[in-house]
Ligand binder design. Structure first.
Ligand SMILES: [Zn+2]
Length: 245
């Protein structure tokens, strides 16, 4: 069995770009492949898995940027590897630097401006979506980094889908009613759709945005899901970087 890494067909056409999302079968010798978050007890095992994962693509672990995510709207421009603490979006123009979002239900949003050679990796769960981390990061990227809305491509990786993301009223009211459906006493919120609309509001081209239809909550053989597995849930990585060659 080959390791399974998911790719966006839109981003795949750029040969100078590396991107992908890990799955539970990213390592053929170990089902339930878990890249771990920072709270996990088994840090040594996580580190081993991370090194294995990046090695699959010839990426040195020392050229990776990780984020200690806190469901905030904090974004950071990075130009060196390491861990960015208390942060949920990273952007770079540096070749050979690989940006990571850690996920288990939240949406990993990867982007690439091929004209300006800028990449980014954004973590958008319900809090980040309600607080508009995507708009804030893209406003910054447009105004300060001069990314071009016409030459920027996006990939939303697998996340919990609009039929599975169930919340109580206190969370549902944070979103416009057109994104919310009632289900008995609960509510369903369409987080990918909200983030898609954020991008078109910013002026990005819908044709250059790919949204994965795979649901982390439903597809338990492929994905970790925090909703489903609670504290025992593992983590996947979504990664993007401009190759150094
Ligand atoms: Zn679902």
């Amino acid at each position: 069995m080959k390791p399974l890494i998911l790719k966006s067909f839109l981003l795949s056409k750029f040969h100078g770009l590396f991107h992908g999302v890990s799955t539970k079968i990213a390592n053929p010798n170990e089902f339930n492949f878990d890249l771990g978050n920072f709270n996990h007890l088994n840090l040594e095992k996580n580190l081993e898995h991370r090194k294995f994962f990046f090695n699959l693509f010839g990426i040195d672990y020392k050229s990776v940027v990780l984020q200690r995510q806190i469901h905030s709207t904090i974004y950071t421009f990075v130009d060196s590897p390491g861990i960015v603490d208390g942060n949920d979006a990273i952007v770079t123009n540096r070749r050979g630097l690989y940006l990571v979002v850690t996920i288990a239900d939240c949406i990993p949003i990867l982007f690439y401006d091929y004209k300006n050679q800028i990449v980014g990796a954004i973590h958008a769960g319900w809090r980040g979506t309600a607080d508009q981390i995507l708009i804030k990061t893209m406003d910054y990227a447009i105004q300060s980094l001069k990314i071009d809305v016409k030459t920027t491509y996006f990939y939303f990786g697998p996340s919990i889908c609009k039929d599975c993301f169930e919340v109580d009223e206190d969370v549902a009211v944070k979103f416009e009613s057109k994104y919310v459906r009632k289900k008995g006493k609960k509510f369903l919120v369409n987080l990918p759709r909200i983030n898609l609309d954020y991008l078109t509001q910013c002026g990005f081209d819908k044709e250059k945005i790919q949204i994965s239809r795979l649901c982390t909550y439903e597809m338990k053989n492929l994905f970790h899901s925090y909703r489903r597995d609670k504290q025992n849930s593992g983590r996947m990585f979504a990664i993007i970087g401009i190759k150094d060659e």
